[in-house]
Design a protein around this ligand. Structure first.
Ligand code: ADP
Length: 155
């Protein structure tokens, strides 16, 4: 049986922290489906189609990493993709509260779907999409923190 995990997020834009989390997920799962959430409440800088495009271009060379966009419930996406796990990344303790609530809520919605957490490489623990957007907006160089395909979009 193929083990599939959904890796959901806003990916506004995708960073090397996200890439590291997905690659670690590949050690545990046969297939990772990156779910790019519309997330209008977060008022993303990039529209959904562009965020999805950046994720797809980043993993173009990895056939076992796919990307889809979604607007509804995460557990519904998991069912559609025949996934029985949700993959998330943890950085500092500050991520924990929100992640704990989300994992618990998703478990209430479907007991069979397990949420798994991995920690990105130490070099990426401070990397967030928000940080990338802010630094890049002020003219700072973020080329070592995002996949090369993202750079033209930031410019
Ligand atoms: P969301 O809006 O759902 O938090 P993000 O795109 O910000 O979406 O993050 C998606 C997931 O990736 C979250 O679990 C987040 O904690 C994780 N993540 C993002 N950046 C990193 C990083 N640098 N190291 C580890 N995990 C990360």
């Amino acid at each position: 049986m193929k083990r599939t995990a959904i890796y959901p997020g806003t990916f506004d834009p995708i960073t090397l922290g996200h890439v590291d989390v997905a690659n670690r997920g590949l050690k545990l799962f046969d297939r990772i489906v990156i779910g790019v959430a519309e997330n209008p409440k977060k008022e993303p800088m990039f529209d959904l189609a562009t965020r999805l495009k950046m994720v797809r271009e980043t993993f173009a060379h990895k056939p076992n990493v796919e990307a889809v966009s979604f607007t509804g419930l995460l557990v519904d996406l998991a069912h559609d993709q025949q996934a029985n796990a949700i993959l998330r990344g943890l950085r500092a303790a500050s991520d924990f509260e929100y992640e704990f609530q989300m994992a618990t809520m998703n478990r209430r919605l479907d007991e069979k779907i397990e949420t798994c957490f991995v920690m990105a490489r130490e070099d990426y623990t401070f990397v967030s999409s928000r940080f990338i957007r802010e630094i890049s907006d002020m003219g700072g160089d973020v080329s070592e923190l995002v996949p090369p395909v993202v750079m033209p979009y930031l410019k």
